[in-house]
Design a protein around this ligand. Sequence first.
Ligand SMILES: [Zn+2]
Length: 124
Amino acid sequence: MVSAPDSCKMWTDPTAETLAPGKAYVLVEVLSESSHHARRIVRCTCCGFHWLQDYSDAIDWDNGDDPSWQTFAPAGDLEAARALHRAHPEGTLGAPCITADWPTGAARKIIRRFPPIDASGGLR
Ligand SMILES: [Zn+2]
């Protein structure tokens, strides 16, 4: 996995605004797409950093409040994003990443996930 980009606003300040499609990032390439799942390469509009995005949604037949789930994994440039895609099948992106969940009838939840700290050199 690529390190988290300390200069990218999508990583340093992930909010509904900084993760808004078309504003915060633009679509670069669709790698796979079905009715409720997609894997895409997107690019931050501020700094040009590329992210691999897994997107899923469902239909809320009762209220039209469709839930969705997204994971953004830092990639770097376009080739790095394609390589990350080849190395990680859809749904297997791990930390570092940002998850953005929009559940039906509940508050939006955006979480930055960090990789585990390597404590192998620590106390035993
Ligand atoms: Zn950025």
